[in-house]
Write a protein of this length. Sequence first.
Length: 629
Amino acid sequence: MTQFVIDNAWLIPLMPALAFVMIVFFLRKAPQISAGFSIACIFISFTMALSVVAGILGNPITTEHSLSWFSMQSISLEMGILIDPISAMMLFVVTLIALMVQVYSLGYMENDPGYSTYFAYQSLFAMSMLGLVVANNFLQMYVFWELVGLCSYLLIGFWFFKPSAREAAKKAFITNRVGDFGFLLGILFLQVLFGTLNFTGLAKIIPTYANMGLMTIVALLIFTGPVGKSGQFPLHVWLPDAMEGPTPVSALIHAATMVVAGVYLIARAYFLFAAVPNVLVVIAYLGGFTAIFAASIAIVQNDIKRILAYSTLSQLGYMIMALGVGGLTASMFHLMTHAFFKALLFLGAGSVIHALHNKQNIWEMGGLAKKMPITTNTFVIGSLALAGIFPLAGFWSKDEILLSAQINGYTGLYLVGTLVAFLTAFYMFRLVFVAFYGPAKPENHPHESPAVMTVPLIILGCLSVVGGLVGMPWLHTNFGSYVHFGAAHHGYSMAVMITSTGVALAGIYLAYLMYYKKVISAEAMANRFRPIYTLLYNKYYIDEIYQWFIDRVVNGFGRLVYWFDIYIVDGIVDGLGGITKWSGHYLRYLQTGQTQHYGMVLVAAVIIISLILSFYDPSIGISTWGGGN
């Protein structure tokens, strides 16, 4: 059975695709049946993904099947599946998180008028991401890559009656077009240069290619895709606004689908980036910068979902940085553990928002620990895991990233990563102490969410505790022994472990002093460092800079082009048209359609020609008009 599923892994994305088709065409008017069918299909995909993982753990080899999609004399395109340790891990993560999100949505979206449509979009989203994961070539991946972008647009803007949701959906879609255009150009370069887009085939050819300058351009173009999808600076601006969609959608986007697609692409095409070391350096430093850039913004945000959104940006920067410094194993490990606790945190935030009737400002919360014990305990577990506290899941994968940076000579990035660990612990427990353990607000009447929402929280909470144990470095058979593909698994460093845990605990303690004990006044600190606080609160004014650029540069250039079109192009074209119209107006009198008029013109012409000839002597070339000899 296991081998059958591996050989037919295309069935995994097919199941949610079937759910989408059935809901759209047959079940849309039956909301409960739509939801049940969608969950049943993703559950089947999850069981098949477990079977694939079991098979890969028993025999970690690569299985590939393909068939011809389109071919002609100079080009051949294929569709196929590629199952290996990385894709097996991704299948497990995507199907698990999608299943948890859909079950949770039964309670969260219960009274929404678009219930059936929501589950149809969820199924399409899962299908798109799973299709991307199993793709064996760049073109097929690009097709599903764009479908993932479409689904994010549909789900971020699901509550389209809200202007903020509409604008956020457009912002996500348009921003990603920038990165996707570069990605498409890179794919076209690969096809022209090598005549194939198959990952296995390219992995054999590219390391022997001699033109490093051209390969650098191709690798950078391919990398623009992940910059957009995974929210790396400067195309990060769409991701915080993506929270305008339903909270379960945020959990799916931030944990297992859209944003991790970019990280997965780099891992899948690592043979390309490894062949161009200079590009890996760019990837490493851009990831490190994004990690600390987003973490610094998160420490002053007040919206619970926006804090988690900037946390996602920061952790994605961690993953990208790990890939750049040569830690493929570390990046994929952190992708997996992060999916567990980030989905938990977003769903926990949704539970809070559901209980407080859509309040999202943490300063309007407080006293939730007593009223919502399951949500509180699981959220604290997720926060500890994200902060990297031993022995929770985030501890193992975060330390793997820091160790990769240190061992490969990126001391600066190691220090940046350590500082990010401190900031992460601080902003997460700032949220926890204010929202859950702060003074209760009398106007709030919170209550624990129903079981259909809390059970997914408990499951994800358990995975956030034990999910990292598979990567304990001193195990003979651990995560790195399956998912490495030539990238070194560095073991462990007790110094790195102690340092990273120490700075995380320091971040938690500082948040405890400022927001629980209030020994240190947060307001006084904000006033003392007002310029810095204002800069961080306004997200370094990146959105304002973009708006200025659009208003002044893009629109200004557009106005210039408009003036040129109206007064230069249209002036010349309209002038020529006017001349033609004027000449046609008068020349039309030569064509009256009257026979007698044509006869008169003919007679007059004959007379004139005869007169001219009678006064012209062609032998001497002079006219005799006027009495000449």
